[in-house]
Ligand binder design. Sequence first.
Ligand code: CMP
Length: 423
Amino acid sequence: MHTATGSSRRMLWEITTAVITIYATIEIPLGLVFSGMRQTPVLVAEALITAVFVADLFYRYRDASAGGPEARAQYLKGWLWIDGLASIPFGTLVATPFRALRLLRLLRLVKLLRVSSAVNRLKNVQIINPSVVRMAVLMFWILLTAHFVAIGWIALDAVDRTHHARAQYLQAMYWTSTTLTTIGYGDITPVTPPQTIYTIFIQILGAGLYGFVIGSIASLIANIDVAKTQFREKLERINTFLRYRSIPGELQTRVNDYYEYLWNSRRGHEEATILDELPLSLRTQIAYHINSEIIEKVPIFQGAGEQLIRDVILNLQATVFLPDDYIVRKGETGREMYFISRGSVRVVSGDEQTTYATLTDGQFFGEIALLLATERTATIRANDYCDIYRLDQETFNRIIERYPGFAEHIREHAEQRRQEMGL
Ligand code: CMP
């Protein structure tokens, strides 16, 4: 088990190594093409990179060992190579006149794999929209690719690179961006054969990359709010159907209002269908979580035993009623009782001339017909949108039988209500 401080320390370390890795990724290739720039500060930077990467190696090893021998073996077989390779300060060790050997320095960049695996985990953190993370990652890789392409262009450029490093890098970046985006002004053009070959290669890469980026961005934008997109599509399908069947305008408005309520109150999800797909254990936990709100609201559940609450929770079914909907009609047979989570209903006589009561959040109704096995004693209509939980008769009977204290409570309510109605 990782403690909270442990995990935030780990996060801090991940961020530190990521920043250092990105810095190394930018700096090392620059050092290769502008070798005159390798003065003291750069060497200090290399020492810092080495220190952090070596520390990271030990940190990961210890972390893996803490996870047991299997985790350690897995680390030794896999990531160790990458962490180890990245820790070697080739820039300091390989001070050689052979240019090709200096390319060894680039090996350190394997550490980037670490960053991408950390970012992948970031996608699972629920606070940030995964599409936003993906978009940021895409931008990062594009910029990094452009950086490498520009470095390649500089490497092939024959001019003296010690004095105008900044201007030259800027020019190379400019060439890269016009080429990669397939704009190609043509004001900077290849002169030598290697440059021409490089340009052809980058042009082909640019065409592919451009298509890939445009496609990715389109799909990312579409996916930023999948739920909303799907909900809108569903609503459009329903409206097409309503128009096709010439449903009266007023009823169409009511349907649309209902869906608007569904979106505002629960992001368009019908809880029952979502839960159906889950295995029982998960369904139980989620039902428990969703329904605990109603349990907290309903006073008769307060002080009730945990077992009772569990029994009730798993059998509650959420439903929505629209303004003026009939929830219960006097004289009908009762098959369920209701708990109000949100909204208000009015209890009226059969002819709707007398209002007996208004019930709101946390109150219940429909218990009389179940308790006494009689017809509904009153009519109940919604005043506004109501989130209501239904409890079926079978569960109700079982609970009444099993929990006499609770049954007594409900009976008292029912008796009082019957008296109020003069029954
Ligand atoms: P039931 O008879 O099953 O259906 C109608 C419901 O209205 C009834 O159960 C009670 O839950 C509720 N009810 C009846 N009278 C009153 C009242 N005076 N105050 C609050 N609720 C009532």
